[in-house]
Design a protein around this ligand. Structure first.
Ligand SMILES: Nc1ncnc2c1ncn2[C@@H]1O[C@H](COP(=O)(O)OP(=O)(O)O)[C@@H](O)[C@H]1O
Ligand SMILES: Cc1ncc(COP(=O)(O)OP(=O)(O)O)c(N)n1
Length: 266
């Protein structure tokens, strides 16, 4: 029997079209040679045209998902995605503190790139005070970084200041995914501030494609998988960035409008 596949966990919402949410996480875990388990927090009904309905799981059900995994699995790293509201954030925080599921990557999912809200506004403070302090790596996109750092980002200096503020909330390592707007952008730039104080930019070409649903989920899932394999945080972030870059660059023909990225790309 082989034991070469570290066990990892996504604590996230299900997205019915498979492009984002825990489905994207599980595709990514698989491609990084890790075994993915899931604590489902919410379900969204959606397709490549948008999200059309959403329900949250009962708190007692989420407790039982954690308990069942803790009794049977050795989770080496985990990540959070869509948490919907403050009650769900508090439930996840309580369970993460109770069990030993390794380093935590927090993808502070607030809104999809097409404007659907996935976290209610009343929960932003809970995210900041309860979950972010537990984060080994925090992975906000441009919009989320502005909300959580409570500032506008208009320059590289602003991005660096926002990352400092997010570290001050308690996140050990921060990657802020850069702003990228079709027609305005030739390059995408992510900024990384590590626990050691080391910082750097990861720059790549902007790809003109509608097939980029799930980029943020896949980035944070790849970081999680690499951490579970023992990769350093810096290298995990670089590998994850490269994975998502290739997955956007090499489009696949799935769905009619805003499609998924290509997890098989090499
Ligand atoms: N069109 C694009 N071309 C190249 N890289 C992209 C593109 N869109 C997103 N990325 C990259 O995908 C990763 C996820 O970023 P982003 O899409 O902003 O996250 P989110 O899905 O959380 O909004 C980042 O590394 C970002 O630079
Ligand atoms: C259930 C669910 N969770 C998260 C998202 C958003 O995914 P993300 O990768 O952060 O962003 P997009 O690239 O999809 O905008 C989602 N859509 N559904």
């Amino acid at each position: 029997m082989t034991n070469d596949f570290p066990q990892v966990l996504t604590i996230a919402g299900s997205d019915s079209d498979g492009s984002a949410g825990m489905q994207a996480d599980l595709h990514t875990f698989f491609m990084h040679h890790t075994y993915g388990a899931s604590v489902i927090t919410a379900c969204v009904a959606g397709n490549s045209f948008g999200i059309h309905d959403s329900v949250s799981m009962p708190v007692s059900f989420i407790d039982n998902e954690f308990k069942d995994l803790a009794e049977d699995f050795k989770i080496l790293a985990c990540k959070t995605g869509m948490l919907a509201d403050a009650e769900l954030i508090n439930t996840v925080v309580k369970n993460y503190k109770q069990y030993d599921f390794g380093p935590l990557v927090v993808d502070p999912v607030i809104m999809t790139k097409h404007g659907n809200m996935l976290l209610e506004q009343a929960a932003y403070d809970t995210l900041k005070t309860e979950l972010i302090p537990l984060a080994t790596v925090l992975t906000p996109n441009f919009y989320e970084a502005q909300k959580l750092a409570d500032m506008e980002i208009n320059s590289d200096d602003d991005t660096m200041e926002a990352a400092k503020r997010l570290r001050a909330l308690g996140a050990k390592n921060v990657i802020i995914k850069g702003k990228h707007v079709a027609g305005e952008t030739d390059v995408v730039k992510d900024y990384v501030l590590l626990e050691s104080g080391k910082d750097f930019w990861i720059e790549g070409p902007y790809y003109h494609t509608e097939h980029k649903n799930g980029t943020g989920d896949s980035l944070s899932a790849a970081i999680t998988a690499e951490i579970a394999k023992g990769t350093s945080i810096e290298e995990a972030i670089r590998i994850a960035d490269d994975y998502v870059d290739k997955a956007i660059k090499n489009e696949i023909e799935v769905a009619h409008k805003f499609g998924p990225i290509n997890h098989w790309a090499k």
